[in-house]
Ligand binder design. Structure first.
Ligand SMILES: C[S@@+](CC[C@H](N)C(=O)[O-])C[C@H]1O[C@@H](n2cnc3c(N)ncnc32)[C@H](O)[C@@H]1O
Length: 128
């Protein structure tokens, strides 16, 4: 083995649990430790492709009746993963550096703004 044992483990686990990327486990760990996303949260994921964090964010919202929303933006067109995501998840194809501030607010269905925002670099979170 060439030092890739752990990476292979998470890759296989992501496949087994139907996450679109092994990065899902990073957010699962963050959630376990900090519980940033709670039922009813409104989450904005800036740079969301391929969508593993959209999956974990949606799971973290709890049942559909709890409400909440997850909006992902990426330069690439991202299809909402069919597993672990429900109607609360949507994606937009755009450059987050060039999206006007008022358009960010329009992305959230109730236009109340977002309670949790993740920025392009993997682990920078804003939590309101
Ligand atoms: C590491 S990936 C995100 C992985 C994602 N968290 C997941 O777990 O599936 C970073 C993403 O940021 C996107 N990105 C980088 N700069 C961007 C920008 N200015 N606007 C929108 N998306 C951007 C890239 O296209 C890339 O898909």
């Amino acid at each position: 083995m060439s030092g890739g044992g752990t990476a292979d483990f998470f890759y296989r686990e992501a496949q087994r649990l139907v996450y679109v990327a092994r990065s899902a486990f990073k957010l699962l760990q963050i959630q376990k430790q900090y519980k940033l996303i709670t039922p009813g949260s409104s989450v904005l994921d800036l740079g969301c492709a391929p969508g593993a964090w959209l999956q974990v964010a949606c799971q973290s919202l709890g049942p559909l009746k709890n409400g909440g929303a997850v909006v992902g933006i990426d330069l690439k067109k991202v299809k909402v993963p069919s597993t672990h995501c429900d109607s609360r998840v949507s994606t937009v194809s755009a450059d987050v550096m060039n999206l006007p501030k008022d358009e960010f607010l329009n992305l959230y269905p109730q236009k109340e703004g977002f309670s949790v925002v993740r920025y392009v670099s993997t682990c920078y979170w804003y939590h309101n």
